[in-house]
Design a protein around this ligand. Structure first.
Ligand code: PMP
Ligand code: GLN
Length: 384
């Protein structure tokens, strides 16, 4: 029998840091401020709506593009928030999470050799998603410690092969958010080009300090070239439900759906019935930024008792802390030691760079119960 050997499509890729740190946290009975998920109960009303949908018999496939009522209500929401008219039949597709929406958009667009501009630190799925589609990531570092975009560098990195620019605001892992200036720079760079945009906006409502969310959907000239990806998991504190959606213009979405229909086809139906109803309760997402900001501020205040130094976070589930000057350990070494010895798990930011980079910064997820944050900080105070 011939030997069974796989020619790996991702030879340099290991297991994602989120799984590694969550497993380590469980092994060492550590508080998990690593992987981004809340430890408090999600909205009971939404759980009830899913139960109702199941009991009513809404348990079979819905339309491959997603439940029509949910798409209609998302279109209304987008019109209200971003003054954009999005056609629910042709321009929105419900997906099994934001990650899948991003992967599908890249698979839809990329041909071998196409270049994709990616800002680092970058969410860990982006680069493997590009590589598996034969694309070439063109890496641009965000400027430490503000993690702002150096648009001069972006301009210089554009070549005839540039197919796409990937954006993520609010940004994971840094909490950076795009400003209106960033949008103007982006508009001038892509004008008169064939460059697509992939905009990861899973944290659209998790934005602090009264900053607006600069969605690509607000700008017709950007929207016409964008796949905009969202996640219900982040907005409704149900990351394990893995439901999201992609918004893109008709012609782009037509191609996206060709990929989608033979990969997932259609997503969990009772959750879609429930969300179509729940999404009408606007206060659930309109007040989310302020509620999560309180957690950020609570955590920052507690952390002042430790030696860690906060970097700015204006959105997302995350806050970065520098330990420069306190320890010479690499981020990975320290993250592992904090988990094992101090029983607090974090994420080393170095994993979000493809080349070696170690600014001595760790990512903390603060979307946790106050008691969890207090206990974690009590443990971290001992670290010096
Ligand atoms: N993009 C970013 C920046 C994320 O942090 C995450 C994780 N929530 C996702 C995409 C994926 O979201 P989902 O869990 O819906 O796949
Ligand atoms: N988005 C989450 C984070 O950044 C985790 C998602 C995942 O585990 N893939 O922590």
């Amino acid at each position: 029998m011939p030997s069974l050997s796989i020619h790996s499509k991702l030879p340099l890729v290991g297991t994602t840091i989120f799984t590694r740190m969550s497993v380590l946290a469980a092994e060492h009975n550590a508080i998990n401020l690593g992987q981004g998920f809340p430890d408090f109960m999600m909205n009971a009303g939404l759980i009830g709506l899913v139960n109702d949908a199941m009991k009513k018999g809404n348990n079979q496939y819905v339309h491959m593009n997603g439940l029509a009522l949910l798409r209609e209500r998302l279109a209304e929401k987008i019109e209200n928030l971003y003054a954009a008219t999005v056609h629910p039949d042709t321009e929105i597709t419900i997906t099994p999470g934001g990650t899948y929406a991003i992967y599908t958009a890249l698979t839809t667009i990329l041909q071998p050799g196409d270049e994709v501009i990616v800002f680092e630190p970058a969410y860990d799925s982006y680069i493997p998603n590009i590589l598996i589609n034969g694309g070439v990531p063109v890496l641009i570092p965000l400027s430490y410690p503000s993690y702002s975009i150096n648009w001069q560098l972006v301009k210089k990195s554009i070549t005839p092969k540039t197919k796409m620019i990937m954006l993520n605001s609010p940004h994971n892992p840094t909490g950076m958010v795009l400003s209106s200036d960033d949008i103007e720079q982006l508009r001038s760079i892509v004008r008169d080009t064939g460059i697509f945009i992939l905009s990861d906006e899973v944290y659209e409502h998790l934005i602090f300090d009264d900053l607006p969310h600069e969605s690509m959907l607000r700008y017709p000239d950007l929207r016409e070239r964008s796949f905009v990806c969202f996640s219900f998991g982040k907005t409704y504190h149900c990351t394990g439900w893995k439901l999201g959606y992609c918004v893109a213009p008709d012609a782009l979405m037509k191609e996206f759906r060709k990929v989608h229909q033979f990969n997932c086809f259609s997503c969990n139906s009772p959750v879609q019935f429930a969300l179509a109803n729940f999404i009408q309760q606007k206060e659930q997402y309109l007040h989310l930024g302020a509620a999560v900001q309180q957690k950020r501020d609570f955590f920052q205040l507690l952390m002042q008792q430790t030696k860690f130094k906060a970097l700015p976070s204006h959105g997302s589930y995350f806050q970065l802390y520098s330990y420069a000057g306190i320890s010479e350990e690499t981020e990975m070494e320290l993250a592992i030691r904090l988990t094992k010895e101090y029983k607090v798990a974090t994420i080393p930011v170095s994993v979000f760079y493809s080349k070696e980079k170690d600014d001595k910064v760790l990512r903390f997820c603060f979307v946790k119960k106050e008691a969890t944050l207090e206990e974690a900080v009590n443990r971290l105070i001992k670290f010096s």
